[in-house]
Ligand binder design. Structure first.
Ligand SMILES: CC(C)(COP(=O)(O)OP(=O)(O)OC[C@H]1O[C@@H](n2cnc3c(N)ncnc32)[C@H](O)[C@@H]1OP(=O)(O)O)[C@@H](O)C(=O)NCCC(=O)NCCS
Length: 188
């Protein structure tokens, strides 16, 4: 699915799923420039093993990579992550186009919910894009660095209030011991 949405300086703005290694490299280049170069985030937080199983969506302005996001798929929801638009291409709503591409893909895969985790300072952007906070219990708020936000895939089918996805998705991946079992499960 390739999507064309407007133009910047006469160059078409398009979004597409990365299908070739070169596309994926372009998505990684955009991510690295935004998060590592611009925002001073450590490499280890921005790239991980989930990149191999995720779907990468990339935005181009003409032939130039301009934005990227990756999506991870769960049974009933999808998780866009690492949304980034290069500074020189900002101000044209390319982030929204990338997220809309994710939403449309999720609809074709039977997902009914999109779920993101964002820094508290980033919530205003997502609220503007129609996402809402999944309110955790008050006691949890202070302890959390990230805020969980959700958006329904099909606005004509709003979901019932839900709390569980937050607890499930924000749970850290388990660390495994040398025998491959989750740490702490074997006591002797
Ligand atoms: C977030 C990001 C992808 C948006 O880029 P973009 O698509 O070019 O966004 P635009 O500049 O066109 O802004 C779109 C709208 O969001 C608003 N917006 C942008 N950044 C915002 C922010 N940090 N807080 C609140 N609103 C914001 C704009 O004012 C604009 O609103 P309008 O439509 O009412 O004019 C880009 O700023 C970026 O890559 N940031 C660094 C990485 C990051 O923070 N990623 C998100 C966290 S995972």
């Amino acid at each position: 699915m390739n999507t064309t949405a407007g133009s910047i300086g006469g160059a078409a703005v398009t979004t597409k799923v990365a299908m070739k290694m070169e596309d994926t490299m372009q998505a990684f280049a955009v991510r690295a420039a935004c998060f590592i170069g611009e925002l001073d985030m450590p490499y280890s937080e921005e790239f991980d093993g989930h990149d191999f199983g995720a779907t990468h969506v990339i935005a181009h302005v003409g032939d130039e990579p301009a934005g990227a996001v990756r999506v991870r798929w769960f049974r009933s929801f999808a998780m866009p992550e690492r949304l980034a638009v290069l500074q020189r291409f900002r101000g044209h709503d390319i982030g929204r186009l990338l997220l809309e591409h994710c939403r449309a893909m999720a609809a074709t895969r039977g997902c009914n919910l999109l779920h993101v985790q964002v820094l508290p300072s980033g919530t205003a952007y997502w609220e503007k894009q129609g996402w809402r906070r999944l309110e955790p219990a008050e006691a949890d708020v202070a302890a959390r660095r990230m805020v969980a936000m959700v958006k329904v895939v099909d606005p004509s089918k709003p979901l019932a209030e839900m709390e569980e996805a937050d607890a499930v998705v924000l749970r850290r991946e388990q660390q495994l011991d040398a025998s491959g079992l989750p740490l702490g499960t074997v006591t002797n």
